[in-house]
Design a protein around this ligand. Structure first.
Ligand code: GUN
Ligand code: ZN
Length: 430
């Protein structure tokens, strides 16, 4: 007899494959049941098939009329930029100088960093995001503070100390050696401790010397199950700057490739201005793309090309990129992702957007055996969507003719009000 500690009844939706490439990639039970044992899912399926697995004395939490899906996975976001979200600037580089760098200077203070990390995690959970790949700042203590809070709450989170040893204010610079040493200390302390995971985090090539990128590549080889996160080809001025600093590289992306920073678990944010060779290289190396539509529109960086990524079958994921991004909501991010695709003459259906926000993100991070799904044996990180959360949503979803239409309305009209509940490792967080 299976041990069951919690049970949830409602519609159940999750993916087993990519809607673009795989046959029948969706699991849908209109009247479903999700069973947990402690922090893990032990079964999910049709209520009629699983009701006899319910212990007699167990109270079932009833989410009938609502949709239970895996928690959202945001693959690129900056916690130290929480307080400068929605700051006006004329594009990426002026925005970094005017708002971002000064804001990040405060994160050498552990207490301050903890307070912001705590607010940031509340905001993620309120919006249904249960896993994120997060940038800290250059300060070792900023990553340490974030891990401490996330560990206390038993959340599956990834972060890393930012590496930047040139072309930024002196108060935010490390050195190639100190950056590598601090990163290694943090890996030893946090990577794999509870649910915490480490990401080597060179901010972007223009802020690192050859020495720093070289040492980061060595760490990436030495610790192959750590993550790598950086920015690439976001904005044309940035691309020109990167090319001028590394004249021997074939392209901006090639800078990272030359230093051994393209591999599985490497997450490249933006990728708007890649060429075909770059895109092929992303696929060959198993590197993944974070598509950040609210940020790209806000900063006027450009429109991501879904067609190029589709041709080469690059692993795609979805991200808010707060504070360049303008919302913590992955539903709002879907809304803008759809519009970015439309502007390129490309139709992104709701099923694919929900895939990118859940299993797609988990696969891009090689964590799909643990999160992004409701399959038995995985971690109980899930959310409950309310298709009647607002009067307008209610009117639109009541007359929907298909699951696609319901999900599309949630993606276009949804926000934090749509998230009825958020659970992480089986514990209710919202
Ligand atoms: N490129 C380098 N740093 C950043 C950052 O903090 N945000 C964004 N959007 N792009 C960057
Ligand atoms: Zn970013």
């Amino acid at each position: 007899m299976m041990n069951v500690t919690q049970a949830f009844r409602g519609s159940i939706l999750y993916f087993t494959g990519d809607p673009l490439h795989d046959h029948q990639p969706v699991i849908w039970h209109e009247d479903g049941l999700l069973l947990l044992n402690g922090e893990l899912i032990v079964a999910s399926g049709a209520y009629a098939d699983l009701r006899d697995k319910l212990p007699e004395d167990l109270c079932v939490t009833d989410y009938s009329g609502k949709i239970i899906i895996p928690g959202f996975v945001d693959t690129h976001v900056h916690y130290p930029q929480t307080d400068i979200i929605a700051s006006p600037a004329e594009g990426l580089l002026p925005w970094l100088e005017t708002y971002t760098f000064p804001a990040e200077s405060q994160f050498g203070d552990h207490d301050y960093a903890q307070e912001v990390a705590s607010f940031f995690l509340d905001e993620l959970l309120k919006n249904g995001t249960t896993t994120a790949m997060v940038y800290s700042t250059v300060h070792k203590t900023s990553a340490d503070a974030f891990f401490g809070i996330s560990h206390q709450r038993n959340l599956r989170m990834v972060t890393g100390k930012v590496l930047m040893d040139r072309n930024c204010p002196e108060y935010l610079q490390d050195t190639a050696e100190s950056g590598a040493r601090d990163s290694e200390d943090l890996i030893r302390k946090w990577h794999g401790r509870g649910r915490q995971l480490y990401a080597l985090t060179p901010r972007f090539a223009p802020c690192s010397t050859n020495e720093q990128l070289g040492l980061t590549g060595e760490l990436a080889r030495q610790y192959p199950d750590t993550f790598i996160q950086t920015h690439v080809a976001e904005n044309q001025d940035e691309c020109a700057w990167a090319r001028s600093l590394f004249p021997s590289a074939r392209s901006y992306l090639d800078i990272y490739d030359q230093f051994g920073l393209m591999r599985e678990r490497a997450m490249y944010a933006h990728c708007i201005w890649l060429d075909e060779t770059d895109t092929r290289r992303m696929a060959e190396t198993g590197s993944a793309i974070s598509v950040c539509p609210t940020s790209n529109l806000f900063l006027g960086s450009g429109l991501f090309s879904f067609r190029g990524a589709e041709q080469h079958q690059v692993q795609l994921s979805m991200a808010t990129d707060v504070g360049g991004g303008t919302s913590f909501s992955m539903l709002q991010t879907m809304n803008e992702m759809h519009k970015v695709a439309r502007m390129g003459g490309y139709h992104l259906n709701a099923l694919r957007m929900f895939y990118y926000a859940t299993l797609g993100g988990a696969k891009a991070m090689r964590l799909d055996h643990q999160i992004g799904t409701l399959q038995a044996g995985t971690e109980a990180d899930f959310i409950v969507l309310n298709p009647k959360a607002t009067p307008l949503l209610s009117r639109r979803t009541e007359n929907a003719d298909s699951l696609e239409e319901v999900l599309f309305a949630l993606a276009m009209l949804g926000d934090d009000r749509t998230i009825e509940a958020t659970y992480a490792a089986g514990i209710r967080q919202k």
